[in-house]
Design a protein around this ligand. Sequence first.
Ligand code: ADE
Length: 248
Amino acid sequence: MTSSEGPWRATILTLFPDMFPGPLGVSLAGKALASGLWALESRDIRASATDRHRSVDDTPAGGGPGMVLRADVLAAAIDAADAGPSGPKDRPRLLMSPRGRPLTQSRVIELAAGPGPLIVCGRFEGIDERVIAARGLEEVSIGDYVLSGGEVAAMVLVDACVRLLPGVMGRLASGTEESFSEGLLEYPQYTRPQEFEGRTIPEILTSGDHAKVAAWRQAEAEALTRARRPDLWAIKARQKRPKSTTDG
Ligand code: ADE
């Protein structure tokens, strides 16, 4: 969304601000960033530390390994970002964490349609639980594996949003045939040469019969989804099922 406050904006709170824009500075997202279709603000959490040593973390209450990001320091960093040029205070505030709700394309679509999120990147063993409630952070995971910090996860989320912004994808803008938007994985694609190491392009794709091509692609997408993502396929099957008289 291009609001009165300017373009869609991602504000990143991190202990490693130099990691940004990183991959978001090249290719599609990078070109869009350079042309002002979106904005990126990378803020150093450490700038909100108050003690002499600029410490941001401390040992976990109750003992155990690792360090925990302090609630007071992170809250101050969030408040400073809110007061800064990052726009309205009602932006979504996300915390990248393996403990969060899994990121989905539908959440990405919602985030892309808004003013753009403020994203806290976790590090260490975690962050003090109290700041999550005190600043209304929505925990988001990008998958069931553990990264060394939230920065790469934040890049994934921002990349997924940016490609949906008006003007970013150009001719490819619709995106309607892509994986997940229809609840199906994408059908296989081919291009020249006609034969590659003895493997040819399925004949139907070069037949010129658009209806047959569409039917073939649909069948391939369904077969792939069924084989690789039974979870997605089950949702699809439920949607297709005719409404029974007991459904209300
Ligand atoms: N930080 C560490 N692992 C993560 C994950 N899987 N998703 C989001 N943030 C993370």
